[in-house]
Design a protein around this ligand. Structure first.
Ligand code: XMP
Length: 324
């Protein structure tokens, strides 16, 4: 008789057994998975856990602040927050290959995290030997094989591998057997707010892989604004929970438009929305055209730099959910 509260107790026991009196570091990504893992581990071992939030400057609007306040104020979990936006954006400028972007982000993430880990290790409470990650079951499979086929890495998800190998730490991965919907149920069970737990999945490399071409601060600002308006319209239409993942992609393409008496030559924004059970396969979401028209009008009126909006009607496979 399997229930989430029984699973929670079981995992807490397992974590205590694995960790003993050791210290655990947890890298918070700002997303649901690492947050649920951290809260669960905190229940198990209390202040033997220290969380590190590396803000890479590639988050959606307000997301970074929300995580920091949730952990510090709501849960009272020790959290070190590092603002590394300049470092990440600087290294990404001019890089357009998707896998190279991921490697740069993954590598910098390890550097920044490693530096923080060293500071924490010298605080007199002993060096952490464990590293906690919010790895889910689909992350485990998708980084090894694709649709039961040969062992091919489709995308190098940076939340799997890399970090532990270089840091020589033992892994604590309490969500490794769970699918996304189960992680959400566990998060609710642990008292995480619905609005947080119900958040759409967000990739580790963040908005960098939603900007085909090089990353710049200016493009990030445009994308962040457009994405926030799109999500606001989705919430207003009552569609947020029906959709698995929705986001905007700022294309490196400029087209001609008219605005008032003038001609514009601005960027195209693509909107994406899919339904899915686990992210492994997905269907594009069949919006009502009125909804799309409303979202497009608002984005073009409110975001300087965008003068055309298109909707992506590709399912997975053959497309992936992200564009990069
Ligand atoms: P794709 O685009 O491969 O995405 O269909 C499947 C799910 O994985 C997310 N995704 C990532 N998550 N690092 C992550 O942590 C990544 O590099 C990455 N690439 C894709 C994507 O948002 C979707 O939920």
């Amino acid at each position: 008789d399997w229930t989430m509260s029984a699973y929670r107790e079981q995992m807490i026991e397992k974590i205590r057994k694995q960790v003993g009196k050791g210290r655990v570091l947890c890298a918070l990504s700002g997303g649901v998975d690492s947050a649920v893992a951290a809260v669960l581990i905190h229940e198990a071992i209390g202040d033997q856990l220290t969380c590190v939030f590396v803000d890479h400057g590639l988050m959606r609007q307000d997301e970074g602040n929300q995580v920091v306040s949730l952990f510090r104020e709501h849960f009272n979990i020790p959290l070190v927050s590092v603002d590394a936006a300049d470092l990440f954006i600087g290294k990404l400028e001019g890089v357009s290959d998707p896998e190279t972007k991921r490697k740069i982000i993954g590598g910098l993430f390890i550097d920044v995290f490693d530096a923080e880990a060293k500071k924490i290790a010298s605080d007199g409470k002993g060096a952490p030997e464990f590293l906690a990650q919010g790895t889910l079951y689909p992350d485990v499979i998708e980084s090894v094989s694709f649709s039961g086929g040969p062992s091919v890495t489709i995308k190098s998800h940076h939340n799997v591998g890399g970090l532990p190998a270089r840091m020589n730490m033992k892994l604590v991965e309490p969500l490794r057997e769970l699918f996304k919907d189960e992680v959400r149920a566990l998060g609710r069970e642990l008292g995480l707010p619905d609005s947080f737990v119900g958040r759409h999945p967000f990739p580790g490399p963040g908005l960098a892989i939603r900007l085909p071409g090089g990353v710049t601060r200016e493009k990030l600002d445009i994308l962040r604004k457009a994405d926030a308006i799109y999500l606001d319209e989705i919430r207003k239409a009552g569609l947020y929970d029906t959709i698995w993942q929705a986001f905007a992609v700022l294309l490196p393409v400029q087209t001609v438009g008219v605005m008032g008496d003038g001609r514009t030559y601005d960027s195209v924004l693509a909107l994406r929305a899919v339904t899915s059970v686990d992210g492994m396969t997905a269907d594009f979401y069949p919006y009502d055209m009125n909804f799309l028209g409303r979202a497009a009008t608002r984005i073009i009126n409110e975001v300087k730099g965008i003068n055309r909006v298109v909707y992506d009607v590709t399912s997975k496979p053959p497309g992936t959910i992200e564009w990069e």
